[in-house]
Ligand binder design. Structure first.
Ligand SMILES: [Zn+2]
Length: 229
C-alpha cells in the first residue's frame, strides 16, 4: 500500500467528536477547516485539539458580510494562536451575482458546492487530506448542497481524490452546537453571523434569527452578541 493510501486509511479511523458529548477536544490528523466566523465553524475550531495541525480557511466569494466574517475568523483563530488564510474569490462571486437582477446577500447559488471544490484545491496544495465543514441538521432542511444525497455524492468524489470530507455536526441542531460551544468555551462575542455585514448583528436577517433562536433554545441566558434590535 502506498503512503497516500495509508494516510487516508489512518484518517478514516479518526473522529472529531467522541460518541458521548463530553465537550472535550480529541486529537486528529492535519485538517483544513472552512470557517465563516459563525457559530458552527467557531465551535469546530475549539473542538480541535491544540496538538492538531489546523488550517482555517476563509473564502471571500463576494458575500455582503465578507469583511465582518473575515474579521471574526481572525479574532477567533487568534484566541487559539492560529493564523487563518483568506482566499479572494470575490471577483468570481460578484460576476456570478451580476447575472441576476436582484441583489442577494450571498451571490453564489450552490455556495457549498463551490466552497468545497475550492477547499479541495487548497487542501491538496497544503498536502492535507481532511476537510472539515460545519454543516448542521438545520442546514440540511434548507440547502440542497447540505442534504444527504449531495453530501454522499461529494464525499465519494472527494474520496476519489484521496480527500475526506467530515461534517461532524450534521446530526446536531444549531442549538446543540451552541451548547457544545459553551462547554468548549467558544468566545461568542468574537463570532459573526449576520448577513448584512454591519459592525453589529442586525437581529432580523434570517441568520440573526436562527442564531438568536439557537441561543434561546440552548438556554444560554447571557446575550452572546449585540443586536441592533
Ligand atoms: Zn443580521
Amino acid at each position: 500500500m502506498n503512503s497516500t493510501a495509508t494516510q487516508v486509511r489512518m484518517i478514516r479511523q479518526a473522529d472529531l467528536i467522541p460518541p458521548e458529548d463530553t465537550g472535550a477536544a480529541i486529537a486528529r490528523p492535519a485538517c483544513v477547516l472552512l470557517m465563516s466566523g459563525g457559530v458552527e465553524s467557531s465551535t469546530l475550531l475549539y473542538g480541535l485539539a491544540d496538538t492538531d495541525q489546523i488550517h482555517p480557511i476563509f473564502l471571500d466569494y463576494g458575500q455582503r458580510a465578507a469583511v465582518q466574517e473575515w474579521r471574526a475568523v481572525k479574532r477567533i483563530a487568534a484566541t487559539r494562536n492560529i493564523t487563518p488564510r483568506r482566499f479572494d474569490l470575490s471577483a468570481f462571486g460578484n460576476a456570478v451575482g451580476a447575472l441576476r437582477t436582484e441583489r442577494y446577500h450571498v451571490p453564489l447559488p450552490h455556495r457549498n458546492f463551490v466552497a468545497i471544490a475550492a477547499v479541495a484545491s487548497i487542501a491538496s496544495n497544503l498536502k492535507v487530506h481532511e476537510i472539515i465543514i460545519g454543516l448542521t441538521a438545520d442546514d440540511a432542511t434548507a440547502d440542497p448542497c447540505s442534504r444527504l444525497p449531495f453530501q454522499r455524492a461529494i464525499r465519494d468524489a472527494l474520496a476519489s481524490l484521496s480527500l475526506r470530507l467530515d461534517t461532524p455536526y450534521d446530526g446536531l441542531t444549531k442549538a446543540e452546537v451552541v451548547k457544545r460551544g459553551c462547554r468548549l468555551g467558544v468566545p461568542w462575542e468574537t463570532s459573526y453571523s449576520c448577513l448584512l455585514g454591519r459592525a453589529e448583528h442586525c437581529g432580523y436577517c434570517p441568520q440573526c434569527q436562527k442564531r438568536r433562536a439557537a441561543f434561546t433554545a440552548a438556554g444560554v441566558s447571557q446575550q452572546d452578541v449585540r443586536y441592533n434590535r
